[in-house]
Design a protein around this ligand. Structure first.
Ligand code: M6R
Length: 606
């Protein structure tokens, strides 16, 4: 996620902004920039790479300015270059702005503006806003912003200044967060509280649709441009607590961010409710040319790949092999120019996945990556990229990256299926209708964590925990078991429920905790029998099931009902209680959940 810091007050804007941006560095970013108005002139500096590059560029500029906007960027549209860094300027260089979020209709707006004679220097979605502001500017920045925000679709938090109005700062909040700090007569506006805390703990949380005009004091307008007052709140957060937005750990924060992450993930894949993967899509002819599809990844990304395999096979009816990158790189016997190789990687830097990509390319496969990090090594080297847009993931245990990888793979599968005419537009429409309800359903789960906390307390001292499931549920339990072992250090194993009698049932004894996931209608009765099997051997079964599963609840020690969705989408819901169970179990054991022993966030060595 990008970060915004804006300032208008008595102090040196440059110092306040740089310090505010420093406080956001821990989340990762790829470029930084600021604009200030010094003696009536707009000054802008931006650099790719670390904030230190920007500071170096500013060494010769003392900048006597009291108003300005700053940004650290985490690329979503366009590579992390100086040009793509924020702030972005209008063509006449009068207006500068910083932006968090995604403008969904930027393609059409850009095309239109180009036809009208405007030009663009970056490949970002943001520059379109600066140019639109120029188009509608008639000497009053606030009025121009009021007009432009009615044209924009998507999510955005904006900080805007104009050389022609050197005492004015205008900010807008639409979906992306923005908070305002009041320090005497000074006003700070930032995407995140840590950037403000050094100066003040008096905050106003701008509401969705709010427009803030800072000039001789400040005025807030609501979504309908009516003047409104917003309550000033005093927070007592430490800097560390503020970085985690009040959550105890990054893993918890990232689990709870999933409704928003899924929404963002869909933003660049659907246009007016229809799938549009832009440069990442294949033509019907290209798809027909593939006679083999591999999905290759490591760890959690590979488990997302299991669901990708299911989705491509189910919807597009193409057989898929899902393989661990560490195995694939030495074992890729059938790769040729008719192979589509899909890599999945949150970081885009995992050594084995990168090596698999290079091996695939060497053998002339077409490559596509599903990644969360634009301009990462795998992103740069793959032929096509689908971005998860989950925002930076800091905890070692992957949570929101997993659900957005799964979501991205579903959309990819539906796109393939449509092009190959294996599914109708109507059917896709129905599925997407269910997809659009997922963020709300994830939120329902996040609002009901008590039963999961209780179970975490019960399993915290177990020496082993077993997970069982069939079909798609088996894929969900593989991920659940990894999450638990990774952060709680409890031996946990995912068992294909139908395989129990072939050996693994021997592991079950009196009191063995078993997590059963049972969401799939067609195999519900089978899973029911498997739960009975382990229960008969003394297992304590905690069942994660769909809404209509009374039968399962009756045979379970405890159960957790997921909100209703269609069978193929249940993995996105079923994993949430599993993530929470892992998180709470680690907490109950007093472990360092964000940095589990022996593990690193990005595995860049073999
Ligand atoms: O960055 P990547 O997605 O390529 O990372 C792959 C795995 O290392 C990663 O998913 C790992 O398994 C997670 N820590 C699991 O939570």
């Amino acid at each position: 996620m990008c970060g915004i810091v804006c300032y208008s007050g008595k102090n040196a804007a440059k110092d306040v902004i740089l310090e505010g941006l420093e406080r956001l560095e821990y989340r990762g970013y790829d470029s930084a920039g600021l604009s200030v108005i010094e003696k009536g002139k707009l000054f802008t500096a931006k650099r790719s790479g670390k904030l230190s590059n920007l500071k170096l560029a500013l060494l010769d500029h003392p900048l006597e300015a009291n108003i300005g906007i700053g940004h650290i960027r985490w690329a979503t549209h366009g590579a992390p270059t100086d040009l793509n860094a924020h702030p972005h300027l209008s063509n006449d260089k009068n207006i500068a702005l910083v932006h968090n979020g995604i403008i969904e209709n930027f393609h059409e707006l850009k095309e239109k503006l180009i036809k009208e004679g405007y030009h663009f220097t970056s490949s970002t979605d943001t520059e379109v806003i600066a140019v639109l502001l120029e188009k509608y500017y008639e000497g009053d920045l606030l009025e121009a912003v009021k007009k432009v925000r009615k044209i924009l679709k998507g999510s955005y938090a904006l900080g805007i200044i104009a050389q022609s109005e050197p005492d004015r700062l205008v900010c807008v909040r639409c979906e992306s967060p923005l908070v305002m700090g009041l320090a005497g007569g000074d006003v700070l506006v930032a995407s995140d509280i840590p950037s403000i805390l050094k100066y003040t703990n008096k905050l106003i949380y701008l509401e969705n649709g709010d427009l803030l005009d800072v000039k001789d004091g400040y005025q807030i307008y609501d979504i309908d441009d009516n003047k409104v007052d917003r309550e000033i709140k005093e927070v007592s957060w430490s800097l560390e607590a503020a970085s985690k937005e009040g959550f105890d750990h990054f893993m918890e924060k990232e689990i709870f961010e999933q409704p928003r992450a899924i929404e963002d993930c869909l933003r660049n894949k659907l246009v007016d409710g229809k799938i549009d993967l832009g440069d990442a899509s294949f033509t019907k002819e290209e798809l027909r040319n593939f006679n083999k599809v591999y999905i290759v990844a490591c760890g959690t990304a590979s488990y997302a790949g299991n669901i990708g395999k299911y989705a491509i096979e189910k919807f597009a009816q193409i057989p898929v092999v899902n393989e661990l990158a560490s195995e694939f790189r030495y074992n890729n016997h059938f790769i040729d120019e008719k192979t589509l190789l899909i890599l999945v990687s949150q970081s885009g830097e995992t050594a084995d996945t990168l090596a698999a990509l290079r091996e695939g390319k060497r053998k002339k496969a077409t490559t596509l990556v599903v990644t969360n990090v634009l301009a990462s090594s795998i992103d740069r080297e793959a032929d096509k990229s689908v971005y998860c847009l989950a925002g930076p993931e800091i905890a070692v245990a992957s949570t929101k990256a997993y659900t957005t990888q799964v979501m991205s793979l579903y959309i990819l599968a539906l796109d393939f299926a449509l092009k190959l005419k294996k599914i109708t537009e109507k059917e896709v429409e129905e599925i997407l209708k269910e997809v659009s309800k997922l963020p709300g359903k994830i939120q329902e789960i996040l609002d009901n964590t008590d039963p999961i906390k209780e179970f975490a307390n019960e399993i915290k001292d177990a020496s082993s925990v077993f997970y069982i499931g069939r079909g798609l549920d088996y894929y969900s339990v593989i991920e659940g078991a990894l999450k638990l072992k990774e952060v709680s250090y409890i031996h946990s194993e995912a068992l294909a429920a139908g395989e129990l009698k072939h050996g693994t049932l021997a592991l079950i004894e009196e009191g063995s905790p078993v997590i059963a996931v049972a969401t799939q209608e067609n195999i519900m009765d089978k899973t029911f029998s498997n739960i009975e099997e382990v229960r008969a051997r003394g297992a304590k079964v905690f069942t994660i099931c769909g809404e209509n599963a009374e039968k399962l609840e009756n045979v379970s020690y405890k159960s957790y009902k997921l909100p209703q969705t269609i069978d193929s989408l249940y993995p996105i819901l079923a994993v949430i209680p599993e993530q929470l169970l892992a998180y709470y179990t680690s907490g109950a054991k007093g472990l360092d959940v964000d940095k589990p022993r022996n593990l690193a966030k990005s595995v860049t060595v073999e």
